[in-house]
Design a protein around this ligand. Structure first.
Ligand SMILES: [Fe+2]
Length: 421
C-alpha cells in the first residue's frame, strides 16, 4: 500500500513535537551530574529515562512491529523497561550506567531510525499495530506518561536539580475546605469499544456498564492543611507513617516538595495532599468515610446527569508546575457540584486495577503493559494531574499505581455511604 506523504509528515511531526520536544525541554533543565541521581530507590536513576524513551520507541516500532535487527543490542536491552519493585530491597541496582554522551548519541540514532520507518509502519495497514498509526500513538503516549514520571522524580531531588524556565507554580494559599455533596444514583459506561478511539491502551477496551448507588462525595480533594490537622491528632511518635513523601522538614515546620524545591506550608496549604493509596484509605476511615470506586468517580465527574460527557478539567497539561489551591476551578463542577475530579492531581480509588470484561493485550509488542500489574497490589487512580498531557484525557484512559506508592501526583477525596453530619 502506498502512503500519502502528508500523512507520513504529520506522524513525524507528532513524534517530534508532541513527544520529543518536551522530553528535550525537561532534560535540558538538568546539569550533567544530575543524571546520576536516583531520587526514588524504587525507580532507576534519571539517566535511565534518557535512554528508555528512545529505546522503547525503537524496540516497539523497528524490532517489534517490523522485525528489524537491533540498533544497539546492549542499549536496546538495558533501556527496554522500567522497574516497579514491591520494596526498595527488591529494586535492581546496576553498578555502572553508560556515559551521558553515549546515551545521547543512542537517543539521536534511535529517533532517526524511527522517523525513517514511519512510511513502512503506515504501509502495513493490515497489521493492527499499524492501522491508524497505533504503534506510533503508543510510542507518543508512552513518552507523555513518562514526562509525568520525570516530574515526580524531580520533585524528590535536591533543591536546584531542575531549573525550568518560563513556567510558574500553581495558585498558592489555603484554598477552600471540601463540602460533601449528594451524588444521585445512575449507570455509567466504563471503557470503550476498540474502533471507537484511534488509539487506546489494552486496559481501556471491554465495554462495561456499571450501576452506581446514591452516595456522598466531598466536592474537593483533601488539602495539605487538612492532612496537617489530621496528623496533629496523633502523638508525634506515631506520625512517621502518616507523613506524606511530598513533605519535607524545613526548620521546625513542614514544607511541600515541588520540582523547583520545597515551598512553605503556608503557600502550599491549599494544594491537594499527595499521599499513597494506603494513607488515603486510612484518612477516609478516620473521617467515617471511604475512597470512592472508579465507577463512582466516573459517574460523579459527568457534566450533566445521564450523559457521558465529562465536566471541564481543572489544572492539567503543564499549565503550571504544581497543583492549584483547591477550589480554584469552579468551572470544573460536574452535574452534582463535584469539582476538580479531572485535573489538579490523580485521585485514589478503592478499585483494584483489573481487566475489563473481554480484556485482551492487543498490542503483541507490549503484552505486559497492563497484565503485569493485575496482581491485586495496584489500585486505579482517576483524573489527571498538572503533569498529565491533555492528549491522555479521553474517558477510557486508565492509570494505576502500587497502593503503597507515595511519590506520584496522587491525592484523594472522601466518599460516604450516608449523608455525613
Ligand atoms: Fe516506560
Amino acid at each position: 500500500m502506498t502512503v500519502d506523504p502528508e500523512t507520513v509528515e504529520r506522524w513525524r511531526a507528532r513524534l517530534a513535537q508532541d513527544a520529543w520536544q518536551r522530553s528535550d525541554t525537561i532534560f535540558a533543565w538538568l546539569a550533567n551530574e544530575a543524571f546520576a541521581l536516583r531520587p526514588i530507590a524504587l525507580r532507576h536513576p534519571l539517566l535511565f529515562y534518557l535512554g528508555h524513551l528512545p529505546a522503547f520507541a525503537y524496540n516497539q516500532i523497528a524490532r517489534g512491529v517490523l522485525g528489524d535487527p537491533a540498533l544497539d543490542e546492549a542499549f536496546d536491552q538495558l533501556f527496554a523497561r522500567g522497574i516497579d519493585p514491591e520494596s526498595e530491597s527488591d529494586a535492581p541496582t546496576l553498578s555502572s550506567w553508560p556515559a551521558l554522551d553515549e546515551v545521547v548519541r543512542y537517543r539521536d540514532r534511535a529517533r532517526a531510525a524511527v522517523l525513517e520507518r514511519v512510511p513502512r509502519i503506515l504501509a502495513k495497514s493490515d497489521d493492527v499495530l499499524c492501522a491508524r498509526g497505533r504503534v506510533l500513538s503508543l510510542v507518543i503516549e508512552h513518552e507523555l506518561m513518562h514526562h509525568e514520571t520525570l516530574m515526580y522524580l524531580l520533585a524528590q531531588c535536591p533543591e536546584g536539580t531542575a531549573r525550568p524556565s518560563g513556567l510558574r507554580l500553581g495558585k498558592e494559599g489555603g484554598g477552600r475546605r471540601a463540602r460533601p455533596v449528594e451524588v444521585a444514583p445512575g449507570s455509567v459506561r466504563l471503557g470503550a469499544a476498540f474502533d471507537e478511539v484511534d488509539f487506546g491502551w489494552d486496559n481501556e477496551f471491554g465495554d462495561e456498564t456499571r450501576s452506581v448507588e446514591r452516595f456522598w462525595l466531598d466536592d474537593l480533594p483533601v488539602r495539605n492543611q487538612d492532612w496537617l490537622d489530621y496528623m496533629g491528632r496523633y502523638p508525634t511518635t506515631a506520625q512517621a507513617p502518616l507523613t506524606p513523601a511530598s513533605w519535607v522538614r524545613s526548620g521546625d515546620a513542614w514544607a511541600v516538595r515541588t520540582i523547583v524545591g520545597p515551598v512553605s506550608m503556608e503557600r502550599a496549604s491549599g494544594w491537594p495532599v499527595q499521599v499513597s493509596g494506603t494513607q488515603a484509605r486510612a484518612y477516609c476511615e478516620h473521617m467515617g468515610g471511604r475512597l470512592a470506586t472508579e465507577a463512582e468517580l466516573h459517574h460523579a465527574a459527568r457534566a450533566r446527569e445521564g450523559r457521558d460527557a465529562y465536566a471541564e478539567p481543572a489544572l492539567v497539561g503543564w499549565s503550571a508546575l504544581s497543583p492549584d489551591a483547591v477550589g480554584s476551578a469552579p468551572s470544573s463542577a460536574s452535574a452534582f457540584g463535584v469539582e476538580e475530579l479531572i485535573g489538579n492531581g490523580w485521585e485514589w480509588t478503592s478499585t483494584v486495577f483489573a481487566p475489563r470484561q473481554g480484556f485482551t493485550p492487543w498490542a503483541r509488542t507490549y503484552p505486559g503493559y497492563s497484565a503485569d500489574f493485575f496482581d491485586g497490589a495496584h489500585d486505579v487512580v482517576f483524573g489527571a494531574s498538572w503533569a498529565t498531557d491533555t492528549l491522555l484525557l479521553r474517558p477510557s484512559f486508565r492509570n494505576w499505581y502500587r497502593r503503597d506508592y507515595p511519590y506520584a501526583f496522587t491525592s484523594f477525596r472522601v466518599a460516604y455511604d450516608r449523608a455525613p453530619r
